[in-house]
Design a protein around this ligand. Structure first.
Ligand code: SF4
Length: 197
């Protein structure tokens, strides 16, 4: 049973010490959402609020992500599962180091293989560099469907980038509209999204 497998893995992640990020974490942040979702959203790593609560995307970035999802007619409970490249907070919200990403990625690969979504949304440069291409630039590849390990992948900006630079919101919204269209095409033709025709 998927829930059982994920619960067991989340307990293992809570005790993980495969990289130095475990030393300062309050909580490992495993993932949240519907384990049977067809969309998996992959961010970078926990921030301050996520570390305190042990839940991904609960700070300002998370609130913005929820607003975007809501405009797409998606909810965390039903349509998506959310996880990060690294499960423990990098100190002072620095980028995860390559060796930390490498240490943590097998957890994410295992999560993906259990949940088996049809669509992966990669939020930001760290997710794109970790899964697609270490040299990839998010500004160049966002908004274009790609394939990775037989999953459909949509790279787009991380919500924290949208908060820092609101001018990026327009492009980000175009990317999410593509996800809604694809969702209607391959998963649910009747899917209703309040802001997407
Ligand atoms: S970031 Fe990942 S690999 Fe590093 S200690 Fe946390 S769970 Fe383990």
């Amino acid at each position: 049973m998927i829930e059982k497998e994920l619960l067991k893995m989340s307990q293992e992640v809570s005790n993980c010490s495969l990289c130095e990020l475990h030393t300062e974490r309050k909580n490992a942040v495993f993932g949240i959402g519907n384990p049977y979702a067809e969309i998996m959203i992959i961010g970078e790593g926990p921030g301050h609020d996520e570390d305190l609560q042990g839940v991904p995307f609960v700070g300002k970035s998370g609130q913005l992500l929820d607003k975007i999802l809501s405009a797409c007619g998606f909810t965390r409970e039903e349509h998506v599962y959310i996880a990060n490249i690294v499960k423990c907070r990098p100190p002072k919200n620095r980028d995860p180091k390559p060796e930390e990403r490498d240490a943590c990625l097998p957890w994410l690969f295992k999560q993906i293989s259990i949940i088996r979504p049809r669509i992966l949304i990669l939020l930001g440069a760290t997710a794109v560099k970790s899964l697609i291409d270490p040299e990839a630039r998010i500004t160049k590849i966002r908004g274009k469907w790609m394939e990775w390990e037989n999953f459909l992948v949509m790279p787009t900006y991380h919500p924290s980038a949208l908060l820092r630079n609101p001018q990026l919101k327009k492009d980000s919204w175009e990317d999410f509209k593509l996800v809604v269209h694809k969702y209607r095409e391959i998963i649910d033709p009747e899917h209703k999204a309040p802001k997407v025709n």
